[in-house]
Design a binder for this molecule. Structure first.
Ligand code: FES
Ligand code: FES
Length: 163
């Protein structure tokens, strides 16, 4: 089987899988990146969201062949326990989430939003996260966490940031 080349979290990888294989399966089963979650498998819940060349995409509905040569960012590439991304720190600070299952997808979508719009309004944050479902109903804290991260990431803000 020919392999398909792509870049995942800054690392070049070559995947020997059928081109129809969903990117989500490739990430989880071939590359061991299990932070990206399987929820509905039908592009309805957003918990499998990854960035493809900077754009949020549902990896359960994305065939491997369509991401050949592209740059993929998964939750594993966002930050580390020692050096969390400001979004991850803000979600911790706000205790945004209960079971946490939706959060990898939400964090990835939020990163795409803040990359494009560093000062989103609450309405813009809610609109950006419209495709991400949180079954625990943590929406209010999630919105506050994205606002907190945006404030912290703005030039001139202190590392501790404020709400
Ligand atoms: S698992 Fe992909 S959108 Fe639900
Ligand atoms: S925190 Fe449980 S689904 Fe969102």
């Amino acid at each position: 089987m020919p392999s398909i080349d792509l870049t995942v979290n800054g690392k070049a990888v070559s995947v020997g899988a059928d081109g129809d294989t969903p990117l989500l399966d490739v990430l989880r089963n071939h590359l061991g990146l299990v932070g990206t979650k399987f929820g509905c498998g039908q592009e309805q819940c957003g918990c499998c969201m990854v960035l493809v060349d900077g754009r949020p995409e549902k990896s359960c509905g994305k065939a491997l062949s369509t991401v050949a040569g592209k740059n993929i960012l998964t939750i594993e590439g966002l930050g580390t326990p020692d050096r969390p991304h400001p979004l991850q720190q803000a979600f911790l600070d706000e205790q945004a989430g209960q079971c946490g299952y939706c959060l990898p997808g939400i964090l990835i979508t939020a990163k795409a939003l803040l990359d494009a719009n560093p000062s989103p309004s609450r309405r813009e944050i809610a609109a950006a996260l419209d495709d991400n479902i949180c079954r625990c109903g943590s929406h209010a804290r999630i919105l506050r966490a994205v606002e907190r991260a945006a404030a912290r990431m703005r030039p001139g803000s202190s590392p501790g940031g404020s709400r």
